[in-house]
Design a protein around this ligand. Structure first.
Ligand code: ADP
Ligand code: MG
Length: 734
């Protein structure tokens, strides 16, 4: 019996199976069925030769009226064939540069189906090397109605010997050889969602009668993809519930209480509610696995810190994983400051309840690093803040109870898992995202976690005003620097963000972010390199000479500074010793200097929507109103529209959605992300929200009922294969 794993060579001739294997990586019946037509043409609509236009892709039913062959001038031994085909009213010229193989078939009077791209040539229509399929005279009428009644699937060719029509023939043979196909999707799910069965789906994709059938089949393809992802996520969630760990509860009269008593502000209602949810999670004997997303500046850090303190209260430790050294250093600084004497555990004058916050990064001196490692291992440090260095093997903890991952979008599932394995028992995990993410992304990328959201900003925040500034207008540019100066003279500070560093180490038109990673700008709307982009070095030099900024201190920050220099600059900026900080997007995530009130983004069109939102979240963090000036020299309408949208709304969720519409799905999921999200081929996180919700509901019900999928072996196989592929892709990326 033929099934999906049957080698294609067993079903079709070697002359067909060979090229498909070699050129299209199609080896089995299943591979072929997944090798989908690129599109479908409707013969009925296209038979009208009277309405051709240059470049039309046509499929016509026509009769060969006349055939001639003649030697090709350049290659006298080769003959060229020219035929005139007609639908009775309009003639089209068909040419083959090599008559061989065609001249005995394309003879006067035969009737058939021709497919190709029409070109106007010397006043008539021409089809060069069309695909064709001739009808035997006796079946002609029947064949015509058969083909005119149906869509014609158009495949990619599989090499010179396998033009699209031959691939189509393979499709016919493959479908005819299949009797039935066992379906991995349970019948009750198919019924509930009105989905076609597997066999029917393939029939409709490869041999549809109409576009509704194609759409119906595609719907199932998308559903299958969503369902597989959601089933994996549901399994992970259930497996997590089976894990055992120590419940962590704050102690009456403990560190958390002492911290709350010292807190200089009131928690927002949202912060309070999320904190309660987290406390309830931590009190469970299975590990928390929660995503905390929130608007930029909504105060996620305090929420995380409170969770850490309750873990410390219960005798455990907490680790905070940050994506960059700048951010790790800043978290270390700000947590130490917020804790005050509570962070001086074991020191003279420190609170007796106190603990220690330790920083561990890759660039520390050996001595500092050794000390940090020791404090983590001995349990002296209640909180260990660090970068990827924390994940390394030789880092160990005394009793790791909670892992907080900040700004998750830069970390993959494997990294999260590596850190979790640091505990003697699985620690609780709290992941915080830098920007709000659309619901479908949350469900797909973070679908194995519970989620909490902070939507409100702390009271007393003034909203950030944003404006688009045409950088080609000298008066506006001048006004911009005056605004920066005005803020600085009021005692505030400014950021100026540039897309490049501009030193010798930088090549061409690339952006370099904190990790020294070059971002490809080629698809940001217009050709990169057409215009010189502003760099940190040139802008800083210009601002030093700018009369409006006379007497103000200008500093420079970027990813290629030595770590201790980076740290010194950030410290000086935080201390108010630098008035204007010119930097790359190093400051994008999480940097918190409440006294900064204005940000100028140079070449703003070079940045993504969410990135701009994230960037401007660096200003207006204190009580003074924030101002963000998006400077651009671009005249691209798309770019200006996008910048205007960012300037007009401060709602991160709607901007995140806009971002999603403007990027390819793969980018949304992030090349560096891995986990149950790779390889979405059919599903769109933007378009298919309802479908994802349905698949999630169905998958959860199924997996809850049968966690190991023992009663659904086909589905289990399918999931295993998907995970394998993903694992392989991850390993390839390194
Ligand atoms: P994000 O959610 O973007 O990470 P942060 O945690 O960095 O935001 O908080 C932004 C700023 O708001 C910090 O300076 C923090 O101290 C302050 N903050 C947090 N919660 C409150 C609150 N309830 N009231 C006033 N200020 C707060
Ligand atoms: Mg933050």
């Amino acid at each position: 019996m033929v099934d999906l794993s049957t080698p294609l060579a067993k079903v079709v001739a070697p002359g067909s199976a060979g090229p498909l294997a070699k050129n299209r990586d199609v080896h089995t019946v299943g591979d072929f069925l997944e090798f989908l037509p690129r599109r479908y043409v409707q013969p009925g609509e296209l038979t009208d030769l009277g309405e051709l236009a240059e470049g039309d892709e046509v499929v016509v039913v026509a009769r060969v009226r006349q055939v001639t062959t003649r030697p090709l001038p350049s290659r006298p031994r080769q003959r060229m064939l020219t035929a005139v085909i007609t639908d009775g009213r309009t003639d089209v010229e068909v040419t083959f540069f090599n008559a061989r193989g065609h001249e005995h078939r394309l003879v006067q009077g035969v009737h058939g189906l021709f497919a190709g791209t029409v070109k106007a040539f010397r006043g008539s229509w021409q089809l060069t090397h069309p695909d064709y399929q001739l009808f035997a005279e006796e079946e002609s009428q029947e064949a015509v109605s058969r083909y005119t009644g149906r869509l014609v699937p158009i495949y990619l060719p599989a090499g010179r010997s396998m033009p699209p029509w031959k691939v189509r023939t393979v499709g016919e043979v493959v479908l005819d050889s299949l009797e039935s196909l066992p379906d991995h999707l349970p019948a009750e799910v198919r019924e509930r969602r009105g989905l076609p069965g597997l066999r029917e789906m393939y029939e409709h994709l490869h041999r549809p009668e109409n576009l509704q059938q194609v759409e119906h089949a595609r719907h199932r393809l998308r559903y299958d993809e969503a369902f597989t992802v959601q089933a994996v996520l549901a399994q992970r969630r259930l497996a997590n519930e089976d894990l055992r760990t120590t419940p962590r509860l704050a102690r009456p009269g403990g560190l958390l209480e002492a911290f709350d008593a010292r807190l200089p502000f009131e928690l927002t209602d949202g912060q309070r509610a999320v904190s309660e949810t987290i406390a309830a999670d931590l009190a469970q004997s299975h590990p928390m696995h929660r995503l905390l997303q929130g608007e930029v500046g909504s105060g996620k850090t305090v929420v995380a810190l409170r969770a850490m303190l309750s873990v410390i209260d219960s005798g455990g430790q907490a680790a905070l994983l940050a994506p960059t050294e700048v951010l790790a250093a800043q978290h270390h600084r700000s947590m130490t400051a917020m804790l005050g004497d509570l962070a001086e555990g074991g020191l003279l004058g420190g609170s007796e309840l106190g603990t220690r916050v330790t920083l561990l990064t890759g660039s520390q001196s050996t001595a500092a690093r050794r000390k940090a490692l020791l404090e983590a291992a001995s349990g002296e440090a209640g909180i260990v803040v660090g970068t990827h260095a924390l994940i390394q093997e030789h880092v160990s903890f005394f009793d790791l109870g909670l892992v907080v991952v900040d700004e998750q979008h830069r970390f993959g599932v494997e990294q999260r898992d590596a850190l979790r394995s640091k505990g003697t028992q699985p620690p609780h995990v709290l992941v915080m995202t830098a920007t709000p993410i659309p619901r479908t992304v949350a469900m797909t990328v973070f679908g194995d976690m519970e989620t909490s959201t902070l939507t409100e900003l702390p009271r007393g925040r003034s909203p950030i005003a944003s404006h688009v500034v045409p950088g080609t207008n000298p008066r506006w540019v001048q006004r911009t620097w005056q605004r920066v100066a005005e803020e600085a003279r009021k005692g505030h500070q400014a950021y100026v963000v540039c897309p490049r560093i501009g030193d010798a180490a930088e090549a061409g038109a690339t952006t370099v972010d904190d990790d020294g990673e070059a971002l490809d700008l080629s698809d940001l709307g217009e050709g990169a390199g057409a215009r010189e982009l502003h760099s940190v070095h040139t802008v800083a030099a210009e601002l030093e000479d700018e009369p409006a900024l006379e007497g103000l201190a200008v500093g420079v920050l970027h990813g290629r500074l030595a770590p201790e220099d980076k740290d010194a600059v950030m410290r000086d900026f935080a201390a108010g010793k630098i008035d204007v900080l010119v930097s790359t997007t190093v400051i994008e995530v999480g940097v918190d200097v409440p006294n900064a009130t204005v940000m100028v983004v140079m070449d703003a069109e070079r940045f993504g929507v969410s990135q701009l939102h994230q960037l401007r979240g660096r200003v207006g963090r204190g009580s003074a109103p924030g101002l963000c000036l998006l400077m651009t020299e671009s005249e691209s309408e798309v770019a200006l529209e996008r910048l205007t949208a960012v300037a007009e709304t401060t709602d991160g969720f709607s901007l995140a959605r806009l971002d999603l519409t403007q990027r390819r799905e793969g980018d949304v999921l992030g090349a560096r992300q891995s986990g149950s999200r790779g390889g979405l081929r059919h599903l769109s996180l933007l378009r298919d929200e309802d479908l994802i919700l349905q698949a999630r509901e169905d998958a959860l019900a199924l997996v809850t009922d049968d966690p190991q999928l023992e009663r659904h072996p086909l589905l289990r196989q399918r999931i295993a294969a998907a995970l394998d592929e993903e694992q392989a892709a991850y390993l390839e990326r390194g």
